[in-house]
Ligand binder design. Structure first.
Ligand SMILES: Nc1ncnc2c1ncn2[C@@H]1O[C@H](COP(=O)(O)OS(=O)(=O)O)[C@@H](OP(=O)(O)O)[C@H]1O
Ligand SMILES: Nc1ncnc2c1ncn2[C@@H]1O[C@H](COP(=O)(O)OP(=O)(O)O)[C@@H](O)[C@H]1O
Length: 252
């Protein structure tokens, strides 16, 4: 344990400063929405009850994997309202990274909720568990050296910060898609805002469920303050790519 902690500290100091398928999803969604509870004080998940377990340190280091890939593993955590462009920008960035010969992978909320997290709804407790699990998964990817693009609404500051706290300094890069709810609602690619306004979906983020804005995001993508224009996804992805280059994530 001590070795792990000091290795982690050393790394922290020395390293670097949906898709919603129209055919099946609606029924699943309405069933999940009907079942969800609105309580944030209880959780159905028995977290941390494993006993008699011991951490086993591997002997191939993370640094060796990163050297092999010529990149730093990291987590680009896209957060924002439904329809804010998280997935579009994440997938566009994945292509841009591939073109640079870099290994990236997108973990998308809608997709993960089809499998690993298909037992979770949208109560505060379920959203917390959703983010906890994907935080652990993204940490595994990042430890493998992969540039991990995570696209989840992740509406609560404490849940996002809990993921940040689990990884090394500089490993978690929060990307806030700061797009007003009015714009997201105009886009409404899945018709979910319309359904929420009609009262067919309860607890929809931005309508009758909270979204807590990041306070210290590394990157904020928003409408230009100069001309009021929203950049296309390619330009937003380019801005993130530049951040990764400037901050030494993409190797030599
Ligand atoms: N009640 C409610 N509120 C918000 N979003 C809802 C809801 N019900 C279903 N959806 C669809 O689920 C996608 C969000 O899943 P996430 O796992 O990213 O949500 S969260 O991080 O747990 O809040 C979200 O996908 P995106 O539009 O890609 O964000 C919606 O399509
Ligand atoms: N920068 C942008 N400018 C204009 N439209 C965008 C932009 N980014 C995404 N979109 C559009 O907005 C809609 C929602 O994008 P999506 O990536 O699915 O959002 P999210 O993953 O946050 O729900 C899509 O129709 C997409 O084409």
């Amino acid at each position: 344990m001590a070795l792990r902690e000091s290795a982690k500290l050393f790394r922290g100091l020395s390293s670097f400063t949906s898709r919603w398928t129209a055919s099946s999803a609606p029924n699943q969604f309405f069933a999940a929405a009907a079942l969800q509870t609105r309580s944030s004080t209880t959780t159905a998940y028995d977290i941390g009850s494993s006993t008699n377990i011991k951490w086993h340190e591997g002997s191939v280091s993370r640094e060796a994997r990163e050297e092999m890939l010529n990149q730093k593993g990291c987590i680009l955590w896209f957060t924002g309202l439904s329809g804010s462009g998280k997935s579009t920008v994440a997938y566009t960035l994945e292509h841009a990274l591939k073109a640079e010969g870099k290994l990236a992978h997108v973990l998308d909320g809608d997709n993960i909720r089809h499998g690993l997290n298909n037992n979770l709804g949208f109560s505060a407790a379920d959203r917390e568990e959703n983010i906890r699990r994907i935080g652990e998964v993204s940490k595994l990817f990042s430890t493998c050296g992969v540039i991990t693009l995570v696209s989840f609404i992740s509406p609560y500051i404490k849940d996002r910060d809990a993921v940040r706290a689990k990884v090394d300094a500089g490993e978690f890069i929060e990307v806030y898609m700061k797009i007003p709810v009015s714009v997201c609602e105009d886009r409404d690619p899945k018709g979910l805002y319309k359904a929420a306004r009609a009262g067919k979906i309860k607890g929809f983020t931005g309508i009758d469920d909270p979204y807590e804005e990041p306070e210290n995001a590394e990157l904020v993508l928003e409408v230009s303050k100069e001309d009021g224009v929203l950049a296309p996804p390619e330009k937003m992805a380019g801005e993130i790519l530049q951040y990764l280059k400037t901050n030494g994530y993409l190797g030599k």
